[in-house]
Design a protein around this ligand. Sequence first.
Ligand code: H79
Length: 569
Amino acid sequence: MASKSVLLLSFTALALTSALAAAKESDPAPEMNPGTAPPEAVAKWQDMRFGMFIHWGPVSLTGHEIGWSRGNQTPIEEYDNLYKRFNPVKFDAEAWARTAKAAGMKYMVLTTKHHDGFCLWDSAATDYDIMATPFHRDVVKELSEACRKEGIAFGTYYSACDWHHPAFPLGSPGGKSKKPHPDMKAYAKYLQQQVTELATKYGPLVTMWFDVPQAYTQEYGIPMVKKLRTLQPDIIVNNRAYSNRGRKHGRSVGDFDTPEQRVGSYQDGRPWETCMTICRQWAWKPNDKMKSKEQCLQTLVTCAGGNGNLLFNVGPMPDGRIEPRQVARLKEMGEWLGKYGESIYGTRGGPVKPGKGFATTRKGNVVYLHVFPSAPGEISLPALPRKVTGAEILGGGGSVKIQTGPESWTVNLPAERRKPIDTIVKITLDGSAMDLEAVAPPTDFRGAKASNVFQKQTKKLGPAMVIDGNPATRWATDTGTKSCWIEVQLTKPTAIRGIEIDETPEYSGRVQAFTLKVKTAKGAWKTVAEGTKLGKFRAKFAPVKAEAIRLDVSKASEGPTISEIRINK
Ligand code: H79
């Protein structure tokens, strides 16, 4: 909600005088308003939905993480001399641009300078750049030109934090050391000179993707972003340009949010872009674990369903090539997008927020319902205030019947009609889908309560964590808890034929005796299972109409911890 009000404020800033807007944001002076990108430019960038992130530099010679390995896996002295051996003779900018294009990506963002300070372009501000390597070719220039040729929008990543530069106050490892002679003024001047070079020599740039504004504060950052916007009026700036000491937002607001290594939540008040790696590391790592085709595409679809972009990262090898297996995976994504791209490009997320195994996107009068194999056979959606005029499986597969009740719509998609990654039902409405307010998917549960919560940390470790659909969150009990209970209420009386309980893997085995009960529609508690071991517990029983579920633990070795409770209907 806070971010929404900031967006409103940004629009206000366009309409009113900047002085008034600035006063509202409690800035010290009107000249301290960094401005925003034009809404049309932001919309154009949102329409693209899918971009390539590239993390590259001399660090690829070690196979360790860019920036972070300096002073960790690699001694600083050694790290800072890697550039002398950096000679990626197989680098072919056009091949990278073609790889992005074949993946269905519409834009590219390159790490021109990461936290390690090394610059991939010919910078007049430093000698610690690509021209000092045996390679001696301006990578940013070649790549920006190749992208332009292939119709890929080009953008630059620039780390505001610089553990290498002597004037930047913090150093390696990981920003934990202090430099002997910090001089933020001098560093800010250096940063502004470099950002100006990028914006003037390699533009037009689609985005300037700043990172980790540790120590780089608003008094330097705001004038810098203002200048950048005068040089590139359509540039989209992320929310990491500078830190906002003493203000409501800890860092700059910019044009979009940047969930990292996770899919962002549905948000239509403000654009966002998930950045995520195709393997585990940002920079190249030999034999790094690569995501499956399903994971890659479902990530993209869930981003689009949440109204966000996906900036998908590859870390090219020290010889200049992107790993062939990664190129192949990207091509698979592109082939899928070649068939189903109309349900991603130019869409907005919703009108139903992403739910269990599904997501929706919309364009004009159409809602695209994306159904993953993990979704139930019957998908229940909240009723939309429109009539359905047609529904068919995108890409051939026949029409689909949608039962439209006053409160919910039911889409029946049995297993034999499912595609392995995403079955897309193209639902045509009798009016625009764009002005429908986004609605939450129907949920099985209404609430949860429990006997106790670890150190009363209800927000983080409370009973609601078992019904949030997120296996990474959990309900935890106090240290020393030997008996306890948790109860979850169903949204409405539901016929259930099973209950799944996941004890949190790290603490699995603590529960040593339990009883599982359901509250029937008549209000009586009925025991459906008992046991001495929980772990991943799966109860199956004859269907019973339930309005609540209760787990009673009568014996535990230590405080029980449970990640999820689910029902089978
Ligand atoms: O450039 C990528 C990261 O290096 C950078 N942002 C993306 C786009 C970034 N800088 N700081 N952070 C992310 C937050 C810190 C993450 C960490 Fe870690 C988790 C630091 C240590 C553990 C990531 C994983 C870096 C090393 C291991």
